[in-house]
Design a protein around this ligand. Structure first.
Ligand code: SF4
Length: 289
């Protein structure tokens, strides 16, 4: 995601699966759950912040260990100096607990046990800080798999959200942006099926390879958003953003302009869809800081 600062110290020190994330664009603090210690993912997005991705699925996680790490982090956050460093923590608490790590989380063989464990933990735990909903951030390629359906069903107990990446629609642009062409119809069907359990937010990272995103691709994206809005069971929103640092995948890629993000945002709004448009182009740093 764009405009994020990752936090691995303080409350998150020595926790392999649990980390903090601060959004510069939206001024919120999230707690992340990383189920991909091996950096396993089936895509190779040009903007991915994870170096050294591999194609193998990760090993199953020890659910109890992850929950113990989460409990330790949440207890620390209740009194951590982070609360003075990030005022959003003191005023709004933790925005969400996000299953989002160094790879694609739905590849985790026991993602279903993990989401059920997390849902139960968040429903029954009491901390001196408010905690938002459980969220999963996915590329959406495996939403019809049985283990992922069970995982989504487990999440539905906590009013959760599924954040699904759709950065490109045409196979040519998918290959360029995501390093992988995935049939968009299959992805849409998976998202519609997932909406039976959770609210959906589509995350579209729009990038430039030297020229503005062409009008045809912008229209194709809007067509996909429109189809999803008409078929999904719960609420659907769209988050448009761009990269905020140079690629760590050795790709010659840049942010799209704020004007283009705003223009596509207006097209989505005209469809009657709730859309968030980041001004994260302002956060782009050539040094990656
Ligand atoms: S899907 Fe996520 S983890 Fe995989 S390459 Fe893209 S940004 Fe990285």
């Amino acid at each position: 995601m764009a405009g994020l600062t990752f936090l691995y110290d303080g409350a998150f020190k020595n926790l392999p699966h649990v980390y903090g994330a601060y959004s510069n664009a939206f001024d919120w603090v999230s707690v992340g759950i990383n189920l991909n210690l091996n950096k396993g993912c089936d895509q190779r997005c040009v903007y991915c912040h994870v170096p050294g991705l591999v194609s193998r699925a990760p090993q199953a996680v020890n659910v109890d260990e992850v929950l113990q790490e989460l409990e330790a982090a949440l207890h620390s956050l209740s009194s951590s100096p982070l609360r003075s460093k990030f005022p959003a923590l003191a005023s709004d608490g933790i925005s969400n607990v996000a299953i989002c790590g160094d790879g694609e989380p739905t590849l985790c063989p026991n993602i279903d046990e993990m989401t059920v464990g997390l849902s139960d933990f968040l429903r029954s735990s009491r901390f001196d800080i408010s905690i938002g909903p459980l969220v999963m951030f996915t590329n959406g390629h495996f939403l019809r798999k049985k283990r992922v359906r069970r995982a989504l069903q487990g999440m539905s107990r906590t009013g959760s959200q599924l954040w699904v990446k759709i950065d490109a629609v045409s196979p040519e642009r998918q290959l360029k942006v995501n390093g992988f062409a995935h049939p968009i119809g299959r992805q849409v069907d998976g998202i519609v099926a997932a909406s039976e359990f959770v609210d959906i937010q589509i995350k579209s990272c729009l990038v430039s390879f030297g020229a503005a995103l062409d009008a045809g691709e912008a229209k194709r994206l809007c067509d996909v958003y429109r189809e999803l809005a008409s078929r999904c069971a719960g609420t659907l929103s769209v988050d448009l953003y761009t990269i905020n640092r140079p690629s760590r995948q050795n790709a010659d890629v840049r942010p799209v302009s704020q004007a283009q993000l705003d223009e596509i945002g207006s097209m989505v709004r005209a469809l009657g869809i709730n859309v968030f448009v980041s001004d994260c182009g302002n956060y782009y740093s050539p040094n990656g800081t």
